[in-house]
Design a protein around this ligand. Sequence first.
Ligand SMILES: [Zn+2]
Length: 299
Amino acid sequence: MTLHLRSTRRRSPEVKEVIVGGGGGCRESWRSLSLEVEEVCGVSFQGLTRAQEVDDESEFSYVEGSENGPENWGKIKPEWKICNSGTMQSPIDILNERVEVVSHLGRLHRDYKPSNATLINRGHDMMLRWESGAGSIHINGTQYQLKQCHWHSPSEHALNGKRFNMEVHLVHESLNNKTAVLGILYKIGRPDSFLSMIKQDLEALVNTPNVESAVGIIDPKHIKFGSRKYYRYIGSLTTPSCSQNIIWTILRKVRTVTRKQVKLIREAVHDASETNARPIQPINQRTVELYRPRDQEEN
Ligand SMILES: [Zn+2]
């Protein structure tokens, strides 16, 4: 099988050095071309396939104050303008005094199913994409299919001014292309069982930005919620294009992850900051609702 490294949308044709492990220490410099590593290195990588939909890591960065840093995302491309001009951007700091406790939102119904998945190092994060049929969540009578999940560190959302060590985003889409993202926050503590489960797959891709790898059947139910309480607000994608009208659900319960697991997630980020959390955005006139079941159960 052939491994393709792709960088066709790189803005400045910089030379990158890619070190491919597992094949006898093959090192190769590459420019804005796809490179058939198999021919160069004489090794094959089972399960690695062409990275067709991978975002280019150099198009935007998390390095504050840099030319393509978060303050300038809206200036990089006309279609990313809303990153700077939008009034409903994410992430936000969820402050107690802005939160309205409600019960009308109802329990979060998720119906996830095991499905074939592909792990992708996007350069700015690791993403696990389900090919199809990974199930859905229901919000206001609409079904949103689970498409992918990816990790941010530190967390993007804050609770009462506090950011946590990591946040996972589960991205869902409805049949009419509306997006609903579910976020789970993590602090340092016991291992996260889902990351433990895919540890080797993550490790295999850490130093290979813009490469994807088929990882077989992954059951999204293994991403633990552990809470019935959740915050709900309307925001945006937290990476360019920063599209708005995204239905956000942030679980109230802060789960745990080990330092090693956080490090593994951060190693995937190939910019100088090694972090991938967008700065907190103004909440403006938005309200945040907190769903709490009527029966007052703790979780
Ligand atoms: Zn995200």
